[in-house]
Write a protein that binds this ligand. Sequence first.
Ligand code: SF4
Ligand code: SF4
Length: 461
Amino acid sequence: MSRLALFSQPDSVPTSWLQRLIQPLQRAGYRWHGGIQLEGYKSLSNGSCIQRVSPTTGTLLSIPLGNGRHQATPCVNIGQQVRKGEVIARGQGHAPWVHASTSGQVVALQSAYVADLQSAVPAITIAADGRDEWMDDQPLLPPQSAEALAQLSWEKGIVGLGGAGFPTGIKISGARHPDMLLINGAECEPFITCDDRLMRERASEIIRAADYLAQTLSITQIRVGVEPDKSEAMFALKKAISEANSTTQVVCLPHRYPAGGQPMLIKSLSGRNLLPGMLPSEIGVMVLNVATLYKLGQAVFHQEPLVSRIVTLTGHVGNPGNVEVPIGMPVADLLKQASLREDHTGIHVGGPMMGRLLSHESAVISKTSSCLIARSVELFPRRPEPSSCIRCNRCTDACPIGLQPLKLYEANQREDKKTLQQEQLTACIECGACSEVCPSHLPLRDSFRDAKQMMSRSVAP
Ligand code: SF4
Ligand code: SF4
């Protein structure tokens, strides 16, 4: 996205009584270097409640079996009737179980394009019967040990909903006695508001899940980080904390992109440094996105597998907002529901900074598809042609990791792998802050994505 549309004054920070209430919290956060202020465009979609979408009779839902690298193995046959929540594929390693996201008939076992991936992945297609009928499940007591909770997360298909899709069961079983649970409610990318609405509307479930997880893993401190443009979400969380008598602290993060990036979030909430190559478990913290924690709670307290997610529909549409949709729902159906305007200039999946253009019209929603943005000339003006670097150093000032983007860029131009390694290419989180501030419009972040691919090809057997 061009700087013309994004790199401007931030959303005005609210000064209401809600804001005054949370003001003292702002001093609680630790500082980190770099980052940039972006226009939020949040008000396009955050003004209305989450709407649930149920597939009508005959809608074809293609449910991905994994992320393209790891996938579960189907345990249903073509022609079989399934109900919502029924296990349709069982996984091993990095692939949790997969469940029917509506009731109907299995009609195909074939690949499907996924909104936030560039390629097709194995999937199971279900023709919805329009009843959206849940399977019966026996109520169970919440697991009392980390091992049992990891197994439940696995069997309920819980993965990180903040973008990476990492299996939560692995995160729980790999935890090394963390003392802090850090909850990511930053949602720092422009346009996306699904976590904001979730925190406003379902705060008590989030806090209940946080308290349960902390108790099960013997964690002593819980902190949830939220940016100051979400004062209503903060208020809802604080109310839920008070009602539950929870010790969870709400921390107001800096209003600076990428405040929700893992190293920045950990620094802001705990003061600890996640150095390149380190795992959060090595510095005593467990980090979960707010939506992942909510889904974990639904699995623990209601035996509900991960069969739906909240998706922001925004940009150049007539009916923006947030919808809770079954996994496997066609993107085209959602865009129709949002009244996509005819003169749109493409569909962006995820945020404008770290997301990508929709790769295929037939793509479906996966567990990690957070947002669909209809682009327009006004919202996404054409990026000017790159010109020569003027050595202004703005890219270095903006990098939250402390890298030297220009050195990386020049090394990639020369295909100089040694310098790319020395300058810690792998530590780049691909946030795009450097590209956004570059007055010469150099495609710095895109070049780092390419460079990472080149490096991985050169180490491949
Ligand atoms: S894309 Fe990479 S190099 Fe650029 S600012 Fe982000 S972390 Fe730094
Ligand atoms: S911001 Fe752009 S022009 Fe400035 S030093 Fe970095 S690459 Fe060069």
